[in-house]
Ligand binder design. Structure first.
Ligand code: HEC
Length: 122
């Protein structure tokens, strides 16, 4: 009996690991596509490349959809557009969930008021 319940709990553990949440899916895309190369390992933003971590999910998805259509905010948008074009709508959704939920370890930015979070850092 003990052996049987042990076996069952192992099976259940394996299944819960195998189930990938949208945030985990987004994280996978973020690293496999090299987004961190410009936006930082924590999405904290590097030099002129905007911070992404902790911004609103709706805002991030909207910006990615616009960039996918070739519309950006700065002359540097040309660097970003090919990445946005390569993303499906589902991938944009997963990335936005992941980035909105991640914190950039940048304590200063955490104090930015909500109404400023939607703006570009450039
Ligand atoms: C070669 C550098 C580079 C790479 C790689 C890159 N980006 Fe960007 N990203 C930019 C630049 C530059 C902008 C500003 C675009 C503009 O002018 O609107 C930007 C903007 C963004 C924005 C809008 C941010 C805001 O606050 O308005 C999001 C979201 C974003 N990138 C996500 C991603 C994701 C997801 C990936 C990977 C699939 C990625 N980026 C890869 C350079 C890059």
């Amino acid at each position: 009996m003990i052996v049987r319940s042990l076996f069952l709990s192992i099976i259940l553990t394996v299944f819960s690991i195998a189930e990938v949440s949208p945030a985990e899916e987004g994280e996978k895309i973020y690293f496999s596509m090299g987004c961190y190369g410009c936006h930082g390992v924590y999405g904290e933003g590097v030099n002129n490349f905007p911070k992404l971590a902790g911004k609103s999910r709706i805002y991030l998805a909207k910006r990615l959809m616009e960039l996918k259509k070739g519309m950006g905010h700065t002359p540097q948008k040309e660097m970003m557009i090919p990445y946005a074009k390569a993303l499906s709508e589902k991938e944009i959704e997963s990335l936005s969930i992941f980035l909105a939920s991640s914190s950039s370890k940048d304590s200063e930015s955490l104090e930015v008021p909500e109404d400023v979070l939607g703006g570009s850092n450039l």
